[in-house]
Design a protein around this ligand. Structure first.
Ligand code: 9D3
Length: 246
């Protein structure tokens, strides 16, 4: 069985005390498929105040993460075998499922959580392999983005999920938004579950769900339809939806 090791370099190790102790990630760690090591950057300082940041040369607002402790932390982690070093930064490549898939194929990754205004450029240039952002909004550091990345990668490691979901990943429907889901009770505050779902007619149900997926995707994420793998039937349904809408 393949194993996946993830090292996280941070000045706020406490932030990671719960997210990996629940659910799917917790089980993956217990099964021994995944290892997550939290590395406290301050352990790689040598001064009395355990400083990890300093003022920017040339002036300006904010602080910059100093290179010394980052270099030592990375080198300690890479002592035995190399790992891919990923910097979480607002200037990075936008994270996509395709990027997550590529990274999940690696055996060891090291994630640096940026803080303050960022890291000294020489770390980025000479010690970092990839730079990743999770989207165009401003967070206060790279810790939450690191959790997002780890969560997304770990679910793709073989053996972490049941087969049910992993099959879905590759299937036809993965490019569309999900269809509406209902569970008991059949009537909730007077609102009924769509009749078709109670019909027991599986072909009819499949068609209804596909139609709802297409409708929802067209409405909310038309960009996804451009790249989606659509069948001939899908395209006919889609034209029908577009025609009856207005
Ligand atoms: C002067 C502009 N800076 C502060 C508003 C830029 C800036 C620096 C550091 C903005 C955010 C951060 C901290 N964020 C991250 O380290 C980060 C992040 C994010 O903010 N959004 C999406 N993905 C990521 S990955 C790391």
């Amino acid at each position: 069985m393949r194993s996946f090791e993830c090292n996280i370099i941070t000045i706020f190790p406490e932030m990671f005390s719960s997210p990996f102790k629940e659910g799917i990630i917790k089980r993956a760690i217990e099964k021994g498929i995944v290892e997550i090591h939290i590395c406290d950057l301050r352990d790689f300082t040598h001064d009395k105040h355990r400083i990890t940041d300093d003022y920017p040369y040339g002036g300006g607002a904010g602080m910059i993460m100093i290179p010394g402790p980052l270099k030592e932390a990375i080198e300690k982690i890479n002592e035995k075998t190399q790992s891919k070093v990923i910097l979480m930064t607002p200037q990075g490549e936008r994270l996509t499922q395709s990027k997550v898939r590529d990274l999940s194929l690696l055996e060891r990754v090291t994630i640096i959580c940026g803080r303050y205004e960022g890291v000294d450029e020489r770390i980025r240039l000479y010690f970092v392999d990839e730079e990743i952002s999770i989207g165009d909004y401003i967070l206060s550091g790279g810790e939450i983005p690191a959790m997002v990345l780890v969560d997304a990668m770990v679910r793709l490691i073989p053996g972490v999920l049941g087969d049910e979901d992993s099959v879905k990943e590759d299937s036809f429907s993965s490019d569309l938004l999900e269809y509406p889901q209902y569970t008991r009770p059949e009537i909730f505050h007077g609102y009924r579950v769509p009749e078709v779902l109670l019909s027991g007619n599986h072909e009819k149900i499949r068609k209804w769900r596909r139609m709802e997926s297409l409708k929802r995707t067209l409405e909310r994420r038309p960009d996804l339809l451009e790249k989606a793998k659509l069948s001939h039937d899908d395209r006919i349904i889609l034209e029908e939806i577009k025609r009856t809408k207005t």
